[in-house]
Design a protein around this ligand. Structure first.
Ligand code: SAH
Length: 354
């Protein structure tokens, strides 16, 4: 099998060149070309032709193809459906005042089975490699014509169910001489796989951690998120607290607001009781309706009230800005629509990016 060069560090690329009988500095040149977004070896004009030919035989630059792209001209959000040989995943490019952010997928499909999530509906196909995650970044930059400065691993899949590849991806993003991204510009979102949260706090104390909480009582959370049966709320909050103590950094809780389900006064009061005193921030996300779940999002007015109530109680909270209002924003929706025919995508109520 050919080596995907997107999967390699600079040192590994040098070793790869050496294994081809080349001087290691050739590896460095190849690495830098790839880092700058080269899509093919023919673009690497300062390499001898013979070496470019060897590379074509032995290696690939595993950039995915753009199968579909939706852009929201209003706010600059672009949603991509990227295709690899055997699979398709989504990435979302978003513009913020602090820079451009890309929401990257870590798996094709997902095993976690959260009832409100479109990624779960398609089932699990496979893990993505670190190179395939890097491919999303480079392909999005090529298509958008702009650099990505922040990465959130919050697309399809559960990153802590693919920790080996995700941690390699984080290291590749940070690598000096490579993309050289600050750890603090990287965020990982988990549904709450407790043992991996503990490991992450040890290994990546400067990378931001977000936890999808959504409900605070076990019975109800288990109903929405089957992972809760394995790692119940008390253990999850304990791991979250340990993360803040170990790293000295704030943890983010994502809370998808579902009308009549977790947005009532008593739900918010219970949330406040559980989170009070923790170094945290709550990110409120009105649910994107996914037809199959029968669940609806809370309206923005009520969401704003809830944010205020939490903040007043000493728990900083914000309602996630609605990006990509005009496009199928929720994780997994673009892929799901493609799998099941076009009619699903023509709903008039297409909403925002979670
Ligand atoms: N598996 C990881 C990361 C991917 S999901 C996790 O669970 O955190 C990214 C975020 O989108 C999670 O908070 C998830 O709960 C949320 N999400 C999924 N479907 C959604 C929907 N239909 N509306 C709003 N948020 C959704």
């Amino acid at each position: 099998m050919k080596q995907d060069l997107l999967d390699l560090t600079i040192e590994e690329t040098k070793s790869f060149a050496a294994a081809l009988g080349e001087k290691p500095y050739r590896g460095k040149q190849v690495f830098q070309w790839i880092c700058r977004g080269a899509a093919g070896f023919e673009e690497m004009t300062d390499l001898p032709k013979a070496l470019r030919q060897r590379l074509v035989e032995k290696a690939v630059i595993g950039l995915p193809h753009v199968l579909e792209e939706q852009a929201d001209p209003g706010d600059g959000t672009r949603k991509f459906l990227f295709g690899y040989d055997d699979a398709a995943v989504e990435s979302v490019f978003m513009k913020y005042s602090y820079g451009n952010s890309l929401c990257v997928s870590s798996q094709v499909g997902c095993k976690m089975g959260c009832v409100f999530c479109a990624s779960a509906l398609g089932g699990f196909v496979r893990n993505l490699t670190a190179g395939e995650m890097m491919g999303q970044v480079l392909a999005a930059e090529r298509a958008a014509g702009e650099a990505v400065n922040h990465i959130v691993i919050m697309g399809m899949g559960e990153p802590f169910d693919n920790y080996g590849n995700v941690s390699r991806f984080l290291r590749l993003l940070h690598e000096p001489g490579g993309r050289n991204m600050s750890w603090r510009h990287l965020t990982v979102s988990t549904c709450g796989i407790v043992p991996v949260m503990q490991r992450f706090a040890e290994e990546f104390p400067q990378v931001n951690l977000a936890v999808s909480l959504h409900r605070i009582d076990d019975e109800q959370r288990s109903r929405l998120m089957p992972v809760n049966r394995r790692y119940p709320v008390a253990e999850l909050l304990e791991a979250a607290r340990a993360y803040t103590e170990k790293t000295g950094r704030r943890i983010t809780f994502e809370y998808a607001l579902i009308r009549g389900e977790n947005d009532r006064p008593r739900d918010i009061e219970a949330l406040i009781r559980s989170l009070r005193g923790m170094l945290c921030h709550v990110n409120l996300i009105p649910l994107n309706r996914v037809e199959e779940s029968g669940l609806d999002g809370t309206d923005r007015e009520r969401a704003a009230q809830i944010a205020q109530q939490l903040t007043k109680a000493g728990i900083p909270a914000t309602v996630r800005r609605q990006l990509g209002r005009e496009i199928d924003g929720a994780c997994g929706q673009l892929r799901l629509r493609r799998q099941t025919g076009p009619e699903r995508g023509t709903r008039p109520d297409k909403k925002s990016t979670p």
